[in-house]
Design a protein around this ligand. Sequence first.
Ligand code: DMJ
Length: 458
Amino acid sequence: MGRSLSRRSLITGAAATAVTLAAAPRAYARPGNAAVAAAVRAEYLHGWRGYCAHAWGHDELRPRSRTGHAFFAPGHSFGLSIVEALDTLYLMGLDHELHRAADWTERHFDPVQDADVQVFEAVIRLVGGLLAGYRVTGRPVLLDRARELADRLLPAFTKSPTGIPFSHVNLRTGAVQGTTVALAEAGTNVMEFGLLSRLTGDSRYYDASMRSYRAVLARRSRLGLLGTFLDPITGRWLDRADAGPNPPTDSFYEYLWGGSRLLGDAQLGHWYRELTNSLLRHCTDASTGRLWFRTVDARTGKPSGPRHQSELASFYPGLLGKGGDLRRGRQYFASWDAAQRRWPLLPETLDYATLHAVDPGHQLRPEFANAAFDLWRITRSEAYRASAYRWFQDARRLRVRAGYTIATDVRPARPVLGDLLPAYWFAENLKYVYLMFAATPRFDYSTGLLSTEGKLLA
Ligand code: DMJ
């Protein structure tokens, strides 16, 4: 397994300048840590039972209409929520549920369906979920399924003249398509593929990941910046906008750091530091008195987009901290913390100059809690637990009888509810909060490594 990650190495080089989080306008009396962990686990079970009752075997639950939803391709199911849940069920000590979920996966998960799947999502959710499931159960069939699925995804890489994967592949025929490939799609696989190579002794998966990385890194601008979309056939950028750490670039950076830790790969760590330095030099915007990131032209470094920030970028304070820049990790978290106080349910897109909601929807995303978890692991500061607890309580506004749901508009006092419990909720949201409060022996708080989808890979 990967190189161990000590708490000391997490904070190496970090200037531990304190950034005070603002006083809470919404105060929640917080019970003891064990009571919070129990409450989080109970809410997780509430969602799980809704899925089991109304969508078992489907990818996702629509909790208000109480039906199933296909995530990857209409008419095809991968039992996505089940695969996503495996390691969370383990970490929360829900062993009966884990065995049922693992049984289903062994018997019914089908990696050779005649379906066009998005490679990025299939890697982080399914390959990662199966690997994490194998890790926590020791069931060899789960590793076999991960390998079978990865074999079906590989043509997206091997049929590409540049090594940058096509965005979609048909699992049965190996036919590839999709020539507008986001940066995150080009480089969010080395943790899963690298671990799979380690576990199987077959280097093809890791090699495919590294070939894609090399192709992208060779296309850096003179400022060390990247574009957002590439053509995998020609390798050309389709734009000049460096949007980091906003999507769809976000996890490209996350996997350079994560891959370097999991696999002990110095090259990945080197690339992480170089690209992060360029992002911090050219894309930060402190004009509001807070730290935000603005899209710039990769060749000139000039701002090229509005002052918008995607909720998905709120994971990045944690990555900054893990990567050694704790000072800016804290600062950027404080920006998001202020936004979360303004919007108890964070909108999908914010105007960071005014904190107005540009896209008022809310997809039950985990990124804010992910950053709180990462920074808490490094600092053990109660401020991050307080933020995570407030976030957990605020999310209860989206609790419905059969689980939790997304919202289509968070601006009204009562959010306008949608009808979907995304499968990543079972992998990420409550896992981060639970781990912050549970002190469970099932997680190694010093060396444990989670993927972008919250999968326990080490
Ligand atoms: C998840 O699939 C992962 O966290 C991914 O890295 C980004 N998007 C979703 C959650 O918002």
